[in-house]
Design a protein. Structure first.
Length: 340
């Protein structure tokens, strides 16, 4: 039989866990919803399963990756103001997932999941300059601050590929967790953080040596999806498609320090330019969540008729969002406003 002092100690420890969990839930519920709202300005059709949308550095052009198209209508370019379709790129056999623009806007990079490649595209001519082979099934792409290195999270084999953007040379592959997806580069360009969708964890990589520095578990069955890092470099924001949450993670400890409740199955997330706000595309509840990063309170805003919001982008002054509807095959422009 267990000694009475030990039984008492374990009981108090269990009670402490329950109290801490209950307090966190109550605090989360008590956070006020922000007044900020969204309203639909315009919507236009895309091709099948538009996964991502990104905006050019000059704010004039949107790129949409149509994952569901294999043989044509793979990549669409839109005028960011009017949503007029400006150009399309037709590929012979591909499934494109995500894109990222070079800081100078002269190149846009697109991941081709089917062929294990990153496409280097000239946005002025819409020509593919180069195809760079990376590891299998690349998804998310991120750049270091000066745009000299590109990183691709490669789903199939738990690898991150690093590419020299000047030469197209593959610099190496780093083994991380299962099904790596969301990534973020530290503001000083020294570290890469990777969220692993299948193993529910985070890896920290040294960019200079392409070696893993640290690894930390998140929450079981959290299925981390997308990742951002703040300008201070001390907080990661990780969307959890499995837990209806965005986890706030300390880069010092790689531990979760707070939880933001959003809509169901949050996928893409973006900061406002001043990083006072965060927006999440809530795939399963057909909403966009608005998060006040000062209070961590959130509001879920239904987007009429959209089905499975997926990609998300924001303009430079923080007044407009663009969201793609995966199943409704559309691009929707949203005005961001604060009620008087």
């Amino acid at each position: 039989m267990m000694p009475r002092p030990l039984r008492s100690l374990r009981l108090w420890a269990a009670l402490a866990v329950v109290v801490a969990f209950t307090s966190a839930v109550v605090a989360d519920q008590d956070r006020p919803a922000p007044a900020r709202r969204l309203r639909v300005l315009a919507r236009v059709p895309t091709a099948s399963q538009p996964k991502g949308v990104t905006v050019s550095p000059d704010g004039k052009t949107l790129l949409v990756t149509n994952f569901g198209r294999r043989t044509n209508k793979n990549i669409y370019f839109y005028d960011a103001e009017t949503l007029e379709l400006q150009a399309q790129i037709d590929l012979e056999s591909a499934n494109v997932v995500e894109s990222v623009w070079a800081p100078d806007g002269n190149t846009v990079y697109v991941s081709d999941f089917r062929n294990g490649e990153v496409l280097f595209i000239d946005p002025a001519t819409h020509e593919i300059r180069q195809k760079v082979a990376v590891d299998s099934e690349p998804k998310v792409l991120v750049l270091n601050p000066d745009g000299s290195k590109l990183f691709a999270s490669c789903w199939a084999h738990g690898k991150v590929s690093a590419v020299d953007t000047a030469t197209g040379e593959l610099l190496g592959n780093v083994s991380v967790g299962t099904q790596p997806r969301g990534m973020a580069v530290s503001p000083d360009g020294t570290k890469l953080y990777v969220g692993n969708h299948g193993s529910h964890d985070i890896h920290e990589i040294d960019i200079a040596t392409l070696t893993v520095l640290r690894h930390a578990d998140l929450i079981d069955r959290s299925f981390p999806r997308h990742m951002l890092i703040n300008r201070a470099g001390d907080r990661l924001y990780v969307s959890s498609i499995g837990k209806r949450a965005i986890y706030v993670v300390s880069t010092e400890s790689l531990e979760i320090v707070d939880v933001i409740r959003v809509g169901e199955c949050p996928k893409s997330i973006v900061f406002s330019p001043d990083q006072n706000w965060l927006y999440a595309a809530d795939y399963c509840s057909h909403e966009v969540s608005v998060v006040d990063l000062g209070t961590l309170g959130s509001r879920q805003v239904p987007i009429a008729d959209i089905k499975q919001p997926s990609g998300l982008a924001i303009n430079a002054d923080g007044t407009r969002l663009w969201v793609t509807g995966w199943s409704s095959a559309e691009l929707v422009a949203l005005e961001i406003y604060d009620p008087e």
